[in-house]
Write a protein that binds this ligand. Structure first.
Ligand code: NAG
Ligand code: NAG
Length: 306
């Protein structure tokens, strides 16, 4: 058995864009979300999956408190589609994005990527597996949402179920107000891992059957050392997220571990409330990113910045 397993693994590992099997707990989450039809705990609604369709798509918090996840969902059993993001440092890929008019040159968390000192200055849509989440803009009628408001950190791990496969990526870019408020977009490299040459900078996967799962908490952020940021291929970067992704995905479903526990250092007698449970005033922290809302990390504890 052992040698057979090893042989099989080696054969799979050698193929490009190795897909992960959708684990049973993730498949049953996928099925239950679609069977439920629409989101009950809408964190923010009013988004489009593609231009011209209905504003029926939302950031959903139905499993924010039990599994520590947020995902995108439509109505009538729909999830969302997959558009292709061509942002970031280009030039090393196969040109799939080159004719797209939708390139912006840099991604939202470029400064953090640079600060990782990993030999890259920005994400590359041809290499890095990343997902676009959050909507930022000031144009009238543009609906905004910050995933940070529910405890999802920039550059944290996102699991994507597409075409009966699963991939890990990071939250690497944000939707802007250069059109209607859209949701459901990934880097070119991740899109092609899911759907091959059927997608590119100008061609989306239109079916609303893609599940994007973002994980709350500082523990979902791989950080400078937790991913191979300087990888030269999608497969090398994606596989470097495997151990963290598997541990987060294990939170999903009754057999998984519970989400990160609420801090045990709450001041006694009071029940601080904030949008990110366990990260309110008084909770332990190592940086401002560990604290909810506008709280900052002072002497190892989340506190108001005054
Ligand atoms: C949008 O949601 C409304 C209310 O649930 C529903 O009546 C309508 O059919 C939905 N539209 C689409 C295109 O799914
Ligand atoms: C990252 O991936 C590249 C190949 O894409 C490899 O050469 C390098 O050793 C990897 N780095 C780490 C830290 O695994």
């Amino acid at each position: 058995m052992r040698s057979f397993d090893t042989l099989l693994f080696t054969a799979l590992a050698a193929s490009p864009a190795l897909a992960r099997q959708v684990p049973a707990n993730v498949q049953s989450l996928y099925n239950s979300i679609r069977a439920q039809g629409s989101c009950k705990n809408i964190l923010k609604g009013g988004f489009y999956s593609q231009e011209g369709d209905s504003k029926n798509f939302s950031y959903c918090g139905d499993h924010l408190n039990d599994y520590g996840i947020m995902y995108l969902q439509g109505t009538n059993g729909n999830l969302v589609n997959m558009d292709i993001d061509c942002d970031g440092a280009l030039g090393t890929g196969d040109g799939s994005c080159d004719s797209s008019q939708d390139t912006q040159g840099e991604t939202s968390f470029k400064d953090t990527i640079t600060s990782y000192k990993a030999g890259i200055k920005d994400l590359n849509a041809y290499i890095h597996s990343f997902v676009v989440l959050g909507n930022e803009g000031s144009k009238s009628g543009y609906v905004t949402f910050e995933p940070e408001s529910v405890g999802v950190d920039p550059l944290s791990l996102v699991a994507v179920v597409c075409g009966n496969k699963m991939f890990y990526g990071v939250w690497g870019d944000t939707n802007g107000d250069d059109g209607p408020p859209l949701v459901g977009e990934v880097s070119d490299a991740l899109g092609r891992a899911c759907y091959g040459s059927a997608v590119n900078g100008n061609a989306a996967h239109d079916a609303n059957d893609v599940l994007y799962i973002a994980f709350t908490g500082a523990g979902a952020v791989p950080g400078a050392k937790g991913a191979n940021w300087s990888a030269s291929s999608f497969t090398d970067f994606e596989s470097s997220l495997g151990a963290l992704g598997d541990s987060l995905v294990a939170r999903i479903g009754s057999s998984g571990s519970p989400p990160p526990p609420a801090s045990s250092t709450k001041p006694s007698g009071s029940q601080p409330t904030c949008s990110w449970s366990g990260h309110c005033a008084g909770a332990k922290c190592s940086s401002d990113d560990d604290c909810s809302d506008d709280l900052v990390c002072k002497s190892g504890k989340c506190a108001t910045d005054s």
